[in-house]
Each structure stands twice: as C-alpha cells, then as structure tokens.
Design a protein around this ligand. Structure first.
Ligand code: SF4
Length: 67
C-alpha cells in the first residue's frame, strides 16, 4: 500500500490522525496533515483505508503498492 496526502486540500480536521495515528499526524502550527510513512505495513491497511474514507476533504490517496 502506498499513501499520499495533498496538503493543499487538507483542512486540518484531524480525522486521519485519530484513525491511523501511526501513519498520520498533524502539524503543530496549522493542524495540516503530516504523513509519517508512505508505505505502511500490512496490518495498518484497514485503518489507513478508513482514514481515507473519513477525510472530509479527500486529501488522502491510498494505492496498491507497486509489485
Ligand atoms: S482527515 Fe483529511 S483534512 Fe483532516 S487532517 Fe487528515 S488529511 Fe487533513
């Protein structure tokens, strides 16, 4: 799984950090998303996909890992 975030779309709602804190954090100053890892391990897949769906601004993109 490969994760990318679009800081220009992020509104700092924090759903991602609450849902998958291993992968997403929020910047101290403006609350915008900080990606902690681009290729999370398998056991975090469900949480990352949930974060993608919960993000109100659709700033999170999850793709299958390259073969
Ligand atoms: S849930 Fe979306 S809008 Fe909210 S902080 Fe995360 S990426 Fe940004």
């Amino acid at each position: 799984m490969k994760v990318t975030v679009d800081q220009d779309r992020c509104v700092g709602a924090g759903m991602c950090a609450m849902t998958a804190g291993e992968v997403f954090a929020q910047h101290e100053d403006d609350g915008l998303v900080v990606l902690r890892m681009t290729e999370p391990p398998e056991h975090l897949t469900d949480h990352v996909e949930e974060a993608e769906q919960l993000c109100p601004s659709r700033a999170i993109t999850v793709e299958p890992a390259a073969p």
